[in-house]
Design a protein. Sequence first.
Length: 134
Amino acid sequence: MANSIPIYIWDDKKILPFSDIIDWDSFSIIINSSQLDNLPTILENTNIHEKQKNLQKVKHLFTFDETYNYIKNKIEKERKISVTIPYYNNSSFINDTLESLINDNRIYEIIICDDKSDDIQNLEEIIKKLNCNK
């Protein structure tokens, strides 16, 4: 098992995976590409043993399974879907559609686009009865 600590060199934008759940500074060295000339000094002043010890606590996150689970959970947790429904005189069908969308927790908002329907009052009543904040 290697005890090397990661050195993350970034140029334009610093993007660190898992940064919302781990402290990269505790187990790695993070520098901008403009600091490369200072890397030997940075390494000399770094407590390598402490970083290696901290790396052992988080290295399991960098396996395929844990990375997959992290990404999957982030998508499920943060996913927000907007649904747009074209509407024209179909109030007899829209109630079931709206109910299924309201009950789907992935749906953030429902947008109904009406094209001058004759039954717009029916649609408004259906929406009021559903009593939903989406």
